[in-house]
Design a protein around this ligand. Sequence first.
Ligand SMILES: Cc1cc2nc3c(=O)[nH]c(=O)nc-3n(C[C@H](O)[C@H](O)[C@H](O)COP(=O)(O)O)c2cc1C
Length: 316
Amino acid sequence: MSTTLGPVTLPNPVMTASGCAANGQELHRFFPVDELGAFVTKTVMAAPRSGRGTPRMAETASGMLNSIGLQGPGIEAFLENDLAWLASVGARVLVSIAGNTAAEFGEVAERLASSPAFAAVVGVEVNISCPNVANRGLVFACDPVSSDAVVRLVRESLPATTPIFAKLTPDVTDIVTIADAALGAGADGLTMINTLLGMVIDTDLLRPQLAGVTGGLSGPAVRPVAVRALWQVTAAMRDGRLPTAPLIGVGGVRTGRDALELVAAGASAVQVGTATFNDPSRPRRVVDELEAEIARHGFTRFADVVGIAHDRMVSP
Ligand SMILES: Cc1cc2nc3c(=O)[nH]c(=O)nc-3n(C[C@H](O)[C@H](O)[C@H](O)COP(=O)(O)O)c2cc1C
């Protein structure tokens, strides 16, 4: 079930989703993390951050809201403790990075490339779905100009052989425009989707449940949105409106069948996020379940299933 993402071939197409499995050591108690196609790290920024105030998690009917706010140790501690450890256990690592400004993205990427453990890095996921503090909190990926600036700087800061994947938010009017900006600026592929902005009100206290008021919605509720985003971008690639590039699907995957839905829409790899909180072995189980699903449909090559729903569309 190997898959190819630009210049990189992975033994299977299943990954963790950024922020949902810390940086690997916790998950490794449940299964060896090198059994995943790749391990995706929590988004790392230049300096340590404590994140937003508590409470910062809220349950909803079919998913959850979080307002963690990119808590993390900062790039130096990440390289020393987390990336070095992931390399020591043989994991293939997709490092998720972000910055408060476009320049900070470039600095984090540069520091990453100079790490002694960089050989374990199979790609960099550029989390442009976080707010740009220099631009009154506007999310980079909501604006094609900001998306272009960030991706361009990261591209210049990394070796040409390291693929970069821009992680997009679905909270935009036209995701194809943002995908175009990211690919035009040098992204090798795209990860879709990050969480959707949501809000929960405590109906006993009649006040927002999260201290940060709004948070990111994830889990089963967002899968149809991920499928739609993958479908629209894949359709634009097939029509020649966008350059062809690999897509990583993420949003509400709990089982191999859920993963297959994202693959059929156009994803060449799939990440498992919120489901990991409920069952830490989920990412590993999805590897076997997806393989069984593909065999059940009579395919021997994973690549033959990528985007297949576009070929099977019933003409109106
Ligand atoms: C608690 C939590 C923390 C997250 N942290 C990050 C993060 O640091 N960087 C990022 O790009 N996405 C982050 N995400 C978004 C996930 O990577 C993923 O895009 C989203 O949750 C949709 O997938 P899911 O429904 O499988 O969780 C986070 C999600 C959750 C639930």
